[in-house]
Design a protein around this ligand. Sequence first.
Ligand code: HEM
Length: 145
Amino acid sequence: MPDVIGLLAVWSIVISGGFLLLGVGLIRRGNVRWHHRAMLTATVFAALFLVFYLAKWALIGTTRYAGPEAWRAAYYFVLFTHTLLAAVNGPLALVVLYNAFKGRFDRHKAWARWTVPIWLYVALSGWIIYVVLRLYGEKADGIAF
Ligand code: HEM
């Protein structure tokens, strides 16, 4: 069960990142209709990520890093920036969407230029954290998962 929720969370954020890249590619070709659809899909998957992530946290708790000492600082740097930027990404995405739906495309683009790299970082680092914890994670009570 923990494996399934963790896997659902990580795939949600990876799929979200994929639709984000697709959406950027579509708007660069001037395809507003499919840009719109791809970005809404990316937003839905990012929201799903949040749901699965919180479910995992509530049902299973956190996983501790128990890997090589030499990597500990790098792992916690990635974990910290991932968590911080995931929290920032939510409101940023809403601002980007709000401006798009209001037809304020200059503001939409200006906010999107910050939001897209942050979103991609969250997706990529989420995947890295998942892989590291699969290899070197252990639960606080000592049960590895
Ligand atoms: C969170 C979701 C979204 C993100 C992250 C996003 C991202 C972006 C980015 C990065 C650009 C600039 C591309 C470039 O110039 O290189 C852009 C442009 C644009 N987006 Fe979005 N977008 C989102 C949702 C939407 C939605 C829902 C619509 C439609 C209602 C939309 C309509 C447009 C339009 C029309 C442009 C072109 C604006 C112009 O060139 O003047 N976007 N978007």
